[in-house]
Design a protein around this ligand. Sequence first.
Ligand SMILES: C[S@@+](CC[C@H](N)C(=O)[O-])C[C@H]1O[C@@H](n2cnc3c(N)ncnc32)[C@H](O)[C@@H]1O
Length: 254
Amino acid sequence: MAKNWKEAQINESKFWIDIYSKNSDEKFYKKIDDEGLIGFTNQVLERHKLNVYSFSEKVIADVGCGPFGIIGGLALIEKEKKIKIRKIFGIDPLMNFYRDNIKILNEDDHLKLINSPGENIPLDNKTVDYIFSTNVLDHCSDPKEFIIETERILNEKGEFHCSAHVVYPILTLLAPFLKYFDKNHPKHFTEKFLLKLLRSKFKIVNVTYRATIIEDHPKFSFLNIFKNKNFFRGIKRFLSNYILYTVYFSCKKK
Ligand SMILES: C[S@@+](CC[C@H](N)C(=O)[O-])C[C@H]1O[C@@H](n2cnc3c(N)ncnc32)[C@H](O)[C@@H]1O
């Protein structure tokens, strides 16, 4: 269980080490390959109703990108489709850990990796055109500060595209207790709560997609319970289908 942000972050790093360490006996999750990276990026762009060609000559930041985020696939799509993105920032409070241990993203002139939380991003005001945060708002310690900070670095015509797991409205009363069962999430919100928070900083906020857990994570099915290293973890993953769904938001300043 994750009682607070620090604990959830420790669990998050253990999750990735379990998959990527040399002696890993994790069979449920596999190391990602180029096809997986591109597939994940395309899925997120589709959910936000975005076309990759709109990124030409733009500055993009993936805040809470994890070990690859959407930017791992974006770098590959960029080459494949001959698009020139001006600059890509990968930002995560576990970035040093990912860089040293998971080793998927490689920094160069084009891609800068920053070890930092989304509540305090070392970039100047209005310098980014597109910000992505996939499955992060429910992982961070202060979503309000996180949203204020993304609005600060976003340029006037910029767009903020984020997604999070949220609790079905009928289960709202359960939300404060879910952190005791769910190891990687310190917080559980409703769509309504996040919508209000985003609307406090952005003039235009739209829900572009709602996905069931199994739609985004086909492995969280009943039959896969038995393939989990830990049977109870398998049960929890399967049950999450009935408690959570993923909501995709797109936000603009004007
Ligand atoms: C479930 S992972 C999602 C990673 C990636 N966006 C993806 O979709 O594959 C959540 C990520 O959020 C990061 N995170 C947690 N708190 C954060 C914060 N305050 N600011 C930015 N990222 C944070 C974690 O370190 C972790 O890498």
